[in-house]
Every structure is written in C-alpha cells, then in structure tokens.
Design a protein around this ligand. Structure first.
Ligand code: DQA
Length: 146
C-alpha cells in the first residue's frame, strides 16, 4: 500500500512561520513524523511539498496509478483552488485533508475548503500529529475496501 502526502505553500517554513499558530516544529520534523508513521502502519510513502498550485496539481496527477491514497494539506490553496479540487476528483483516489491549525476557529476566508470537497475525511487542529491521524484514517479506509 502506498500513500502520497502532499503539502502546499509555506509548509516548508514550519518552525519559522507563525509559531503561535503552527507550533515550533520544523518541516523536517514533519517529514520525520510522516516517515515514522508510514513505518508503523507498514505503508510506503512519498512526501512532496510545493509553493506552486500547478505543481500540486501535477503531484496529485502523478499519484494516479502510483498511490492507493492521498493525505493532503493544500495550505492556503485549500481556500482558493478549484484546480486542486478538480485534480483530486480526476484521480478519484481516497483522500484525507489535514490542517495543522483549527481552521474552523480562524478567519472567515478560511471557512471554505475546495479540496475538502473531494476528501472523505478532514483532520484539523491537532498540530503536526494530525498527519499521523490522517494516515491512520486512510489506512483503515483502504484496508476496509480491500
Ligand atoms: C493550514 C491552514 C491554512 O488556512 C493556511 O493557509 C496554511 C496552513 C494548516 O495546516 O493549518 O497555510 O492548512
């Protein structure tokens, strides 16, 4: 079983960006947590990060035929990108949306999630630990399906 974990803009700045909102752990810490979780769950994982919307669309498309499921934090593109929503719908892989912060309690402009409309579940407000939760949810879904 293989997962793609796809991270959007500014997540490479974790540890530096707004620590009060996103915590003080770095992107390298997040990558380590994802890799460790993949080992625990006995799944293969490919981790990508981009600041560019089109590259995120390319990565979602690349998952088609390669991955069994996707965990995605589209970051700011969550709230703006129909292209990412359409890419997720196009590949039609089971996908879980994850957010480090609790976006429900933040600004009005963060209250819409386009990508979330193509995801079967959303995890938010758990810090980077939320990626572990999201990967567990995805594994459970894929195990139930097979
Ligand atoms: C985020 C929430 C988004 O609103 C924000 O633009 C981000 C990160 C999160 O993980 O909490 O960049 O996706």
């Amino acid at each position: 079983m293989k997962f793609f974990v796809i991270n959007g803009p500014n997540l490479n700045m974790l540890g530096v960006r707004e620590p009060a909102v996103y915590g003080s752990t770095t992107y390298a810490d997040l990558v380590a947590l994802i890799q460790h979780t993949a080992e625990e769950l006995q799944v293969e994982v490919e981790i990508v990060q981009s600041n560019h919307e089109g590259t995120l669309v390319d990565e979602i498309q690349r998952a088609y035929g390669k991955a069994d499921g996707i965990v995605i934090n589209p970051a700011a593109y969550t709230h703006t990108s129909v292209a990412i929503l359409d890419a997720l719908k196009a590949v039609a892989l089971p996908a879980v949306e994850v957010h480090i912060s609790n976006v429900k309690e933040r600004e009005d402009f963060r209250q819409i999630s386009y990508a979330g409309q193509a995801c079967f579940d959303t995890v938010m407000g758990e810090g980077i630990e939320g990626y572990r939760t999201a990967m567990r949810i995805l594994k459970k879904k894929l195990t139930q399906q097979s």
